[in-house]
Design a protein around this ligand. Structure first.
Ligand SMILES: *Cc1c(COP(=O)(O)O)cnc(C)c1O
Length: 239
C-alpha cells in the first residue's frame, strides 16, 4: 500500500525547504497532483490529504475520470490539463479543464478559444516551451534563435483570444539522474517569462509550471509557482 498522506507530507516538507533556501514563501507554490493512470479512488484519497489541484495528460482518460470524481467529491477540484492536446480535441478540453498548461501552438490556442466561447468559459492557459531543444518534446522552441521570439509572437496572438487568459509558461525538463543538471532549463524558462512580461506589462504572467517528481526542488528554487507531481505522491507509475 502506498502511504499517500506520508507522501503528500514529504512533498510539502521538501517544497517548504526549497522555498526556504530560495527565500520564498511556500504559499507561492501550488502542487498539482498528476493523476494520470490513477483511479478515482486514488484521487479521492489524495483529496482527503488536502490536495485540490489535479492534472491529467490524456483527453480520453480525463473525459471519463473528471465527471466520475466530480460526482463523488463535488466540484471543489481544479483540473489541469498538462499533456499534449491534438487541436481536434480542443472542444473536449475546453469543457473539462480549468487550466491548460500545454498550449504548444497558436492553432491549438485558437481552437481552445472558440470552444471556450461556445462553452461560455474563460480558461487560464500556459504556453508550453521546449527549452532543452529535445526533438521528442512539444512546445514553442525556446532553445535556439532569438530569445523566445516565436514565443512572443505566439503570446501576442493568444492575447487576441478573448476566452483564454495567458498566465505564464510551462516546461518539462529532460530526464536526468542529477536534477542539478536541469537547473539551467528552469532558469531559462523564468528568463523567458520575465522577457515576455517586460514586453507586456499589462498582463499578469505570474505562473511558472515546472518541476516533477525528479526535479521539483530545483524548480522551486528557480521560481516555480506550480509543480506537477505524480510518482512522489501516488507511488511508482503503473501502466
Ligand atoms: C506525468 C507528468 C508529470 C508528473 O510526472 P512525475 O515524474 O510522476 O512526477 C508532470 N507533467 C506532465 C506533463 C506529465 O505528463
Amino acid at each position: 500500500m502506498v502511504d499517500l498522506s506520508g507522501n503528500v507530507a514529504a512533498v510539502r516538507r521538501r517544497i517548504e525547504a526549497a522555498c526556504q533556501r530560495a527565500g520564498r514563501s511556500s504559499d507561492e507554490v501550488t502542487i498539482v497532483a498528476v493523476s494520470k493512470t490513477r483511479s478515482p479512488a486514488e484521487i479521492e484519497a489524495a483529496y482527503a490529504c488536502g490536495l485540490r489541484h489535479f492534472g491529467e495528460n490524456r483527453v480520453e482518460e480525463a473525459e471519463v475520470k473528471i465527471p466520475e470524481v466530480t460526482r463523488r467529491l463535488g466540484d471543489g477540484i481544479t483540473w489541469h490539463m498538462v499533456g499534449h492536446i491534438q487541436s481536434r480535441k480542443a472542444g473536449r478540453v475546453a469543457q473539462l479543464a480549468d487550466v491548460v498548461h500545454s498550449v504548444d501552438s497558436v492553432k491549438l490556442a485558437q481552437r481552445l478559444d472558440r470552444a471556450a466561447a461556445e462553452a461560455d468559459r474563460v480558461i487560464p492557459v500556459l504556453l508550453e516551451c521546449n527549452v532543452s531543444g529535445e526533438a521528442s518534446k512539444y512546445g514553442f522552441d525556446a532553445a535556439t534563435g532569438q530569445a523566445g521570439s516565436g514565443l512572443a509572437e505566439a503570446a501576442r496572438e493568444i492575447l487576441a483570444c478573448g476566452h483564454l487568459r495567458l498566465r505564464g509558461l510551462m516546461t518539462m525538463a529532460p530526464i536526468a539522474d542529477d536534477p542539478e543538471t536541469v537547473r539551467p532549463v528552469f532558469a531559462r524558462l523564468r528568463a523567458l517569462r520575465d522577457a515576455l512580461q517586460e514586453g507586456a506589462p499589462d498582463l499578469e504572467l505570474s505562473e511558472l509550471s515546472m518541476g516533477m517528481t525528479d526535479d521539483f526542488e530545483v524548480a522551486v528554487e528557480e521560481g516555480a509557482t506550480i509543480v506537477r507531481i505524480g510518482r512522489a505522491i501516488f507511488g511508482p507509475a503503473v501502466y
